[in-house]
Design a protein around this ligand. Structure first.
Ligand code: ADP
Length: 655
């Protein structure tokens, strides 16, 4: 600024010049403008909307891309409250969070809500916001940033929907399979039932008996397949249950080993069963499932091995100190347990590294196509899941061309006091002691009723039949049965309801009711027991289990055709035995045939008299049913004229 200075005469004598250096100020102003411009450019070019809200919740600023993202002009938005633009379902949550922000300065992070677009649609937004406050902490305004996530939300919704559809489909599939299994088991009940009855007829010719055996084997095979498919669907629907029971471990393993020893021998390869350590006498585990896994692994090992051999190795990894555990002195101490390792080794074709995971997938078969026809590709998928259910993990190690090792480890509790149940076969039972008992068979299907009648009537039971629950109630009032076989799924009135009604009337309070069903669902079993049934038998009915159940519930003493042949007139009946009756084909232990019979068979084998051997074996099957494993294999070898192997086998028994 310049100021002229005049003297008294009014003459300009000088000009006062005051100069202030404003360069720095100018520079700061420029920097500020530039930074604001930069900020504005960022805000205006951002893919997100930046907004400012007053403490009351009205917009004081929205960035220009509001127009692009939500249609409206920012000028129309400024001054309006944020809430009306938000979807009614999300509004409350947004208001609450805004209140928290205003009152407690709690920043908003990742808040998802729908906001109205000018075109009428709802867009999904995700927002972060915080406040700017003065030195006293008073809120000046809120600044926030919001992004459109509609596409992500849509994709998520579609995914969720697809998942739900898949789950429904999966449930429907399991349901379908379970129903199919019911439908398939029902006719099998007739087939296997009659086979069992006819097999007791000793006057059958060799050829007829052989035909019957074939029917039975095919029926059993079909049942195994149905059970396999069902197992998998049950596991996938998380319906598979584990039923632990107590069993003799060395016997259990020996029976499996005996079976595979024979199979390996037939194939001309070696089989080795090697307990790696001392094994506990009896353990508690799901015997049936464990057997199923070992049968699958050993079956595969033999199937995929053409030379060399297969080994089953079992060891206890942390042998417990059995002596120090005395349950009588410390009743509360937990029963000892041990970690068992089961290992199946083979010197077979091996599995390529890339296939090692695939083999555990359902219906996956790898390698040589010619071998695939022999299986379904379900075995390992089921085995892996079963081992998981029992608390272990099925693992594999394999080298192509050299062989494979499958193994798993299970923690099992050890049973201290073990009593061996005795076994008995049904073929020689001809009746029972005491008064005649009355049986009412309730089943909608005539063939199921007839097959049971034909089995029970010759044993001295007085039998009546009913076709459904209603009919059962009427017949029961006139017939007064001692025992009722109750099918569960029937028209008019089902077995559950009939049982419930019977139990309500005093005269049937104590009548024995045995539920029989082809149902695949374990809860049906439980429901039938809850309704008042005394036992449950799965169809197809195994007569051994049927007789065991009758003996148990009616306290029967059986009469045997040749009482000397049977030392143990008791059935091994445990609840798990009954519950699991139809699931799998049990493997009888390899009992020793009488030495004179063995001598005779060896003589016949030396002469190559295979037909006589077949006949002799057939008699043996009748008189010594517990030798089933022995007789089956002798007969198979004899039927195939494998005289050398037959001689070897018989000699092994003799030594
Ligand atoms: P399946 O034996 O009925 O085909 P699995 O699920 O038991 O079905 O086995 C799946 C596949 O894994 C078999 O088809 C085979 O290709 C492979 N596999 C299983 N065990 C062995 C083995 N011990 N050696 C070689 N390959 C095997």
């Amino acid at each position: 600024a310049n100021k002229p200075i005049f003297n008294e005469d009014g003459q300009l004598i000088e000009i006062l010049s005051v100069g202030t250096n404003i360069t720095a100020l100018k520079q700061t102003e420029a920097a500020l403008r530039e930074s604001e411009l930069k900020f504005r450019r960022i805000v205006e070019n951002a893919n997100d909307i930046i907004y400012m809200l007053t403490p009351e919740g009205t917009f004081s600023y929205v960035s220009p891309n509001w127009t692009e993202m939500l249609g409206h002009d920012p000028a129309d938005v400024i001054g309006s409250h944020f809430a009306p633009g938000i979807h009614p379902d999300d509004r409350q949550k947004c208001l609450e969070q805004f209140q928290q922000l205003v009152e407690h300065n709690r920043p908003i992070t990742g808040l998802e809500y729908r906001v109205h677009h000018k075109d009428g649609s709802w867009r999904w937004h995700i927002s972060n916001a915080s406040t700017v406050r003065d030195a006293d902490g008073r809120m000046l305004y809120c600044v926030g940033i919001t992004r459109d996530v509609t596409e992500r939300k849509q994709a998520e919704a579609e995914l969720q929907q697809a998942k739900e559809v898949a789950e429904v489909a999966n449930r429907a599939k399991s349901e379908f399979l379970a129903n199919m299994s019911h439908e398939l088991r029902t006719p099998l009940n007739g087939i296997l039932g009659y086979t069992q009855i006819l097999q007791q007829n000793r006057s059958l010719s060799g050829q007829d008996a052989q035909g019957l055996d074939t029917i039975q084997q095919c029926g059993e095979h079909l049942l195994t397949l149905i059970n396999d498919v069902l197992d998998l669907s049950k596991i996938e629907a998380r319906r598979m249950e584990i039923h632990p029971s107590e069993f003799h471990l060395p016997n259990f393993l020996q029976a499996i080993a005996d079976l595979f020893y024979l199979r390996a021998q037939q194939k001309g390869i070696a089989f080795l069963y090697e307990p790696l350590t001392d094994l506990p006498t009896a353990i508690r585990s799901d015997e049936q499932r464990l057997r199923q896994v070992l049968l699958n692994l050993l079956g595969n090992a033999i199937k995929f091995t053409d030379s060399g051999g297969v080994a089953l190795k079992v060891g206890c990894l942390n042998p417990p100190d059995m002596q120090s555990e005395d349950p009588s002195t410390s009743p509360s101490s937990p029963s000892p347990s041990c970690l068992l390792r089961f290992q199946v080794e083979d010197t077979g074709i091996g599995i390529a590294p890339d296939d090692l995971e695939d083999i555990f997938q359902p219906f996956q078969q790898v390698g040589d196509h010619r071998r695939m026809t022999e299986g379904t590709g379900l075995g390992l998928a089921i085995s892996r899941r079963l081992v998981n259910l029992m608390g272990g993990e099925l693992k594999v190690d394999s080298t192509l061309g050299q062989g494979s090792t499958f193994w798993f480890e299970l923690q099992v509790s050890i049973v201290d006091r073990w009593q061996e149940p005795s076994l008995l076969k049904t073929a020689a039972i001809t009746g029972y002691q005491g008064p005649r008992r009355k049986v009412l068979i309730v089943d909608e299907r005539a063939e199921n009723r007839t097959v049971l009648t034909q089995f029970l009537a010759p044993l001295g039971f007085e039998v009546a039949e009913a076709v459904d629950g209603q009919d059962c109630l009427e017949k029961a009032r006139n017939f007064f049965p001692d025992v009722i076989f109750m099918d569960l799924v029937m028209p008019v009135m089902d077995g559950f309801e009939a049982t419930r009604q019977l139990r309500r009337s005093p005269e049937f309070q104590n009548t024995v009711i045995i539920a029989a069903s082809a149902s695949a669902f374990e809860h049906d079993q439980q429901t039938s027991l809850n309704m008042g049934c005394d036992a449950f038998l799965s169809k197809p009915i195994r007569y051994k289990h049927l007789l065991a159940t009758l003996q148990n519930l009616l306290h029967l003493d059986w009469i045997y055709e040749d009482s000397n042949a049977f030392d143990h007139p008791e059935f091994p009946v445990s609840s798990s035995d009954m519950a699991l009756s139809s699931e799998n084909v049990t493997i009888p232990s390899l009992n020793q045939p009488p030495s004179e019979v063995l001598k005779e068979l060896i003589q016949l084998a030396q002469m190559g008299a295979v037909l006589e051997i077949q006949e002799r074996v057939r008699q043996l099957e009748q008189t010594h049913p517990s030798l089933i494993s022995f007789t089956t294999h002798v007969r198979q070898l004899a039927e195939n004229f494998q005289v050398r192997q037959l001689q070897d086998l018989l000699q092994r028994y003799e030594s």
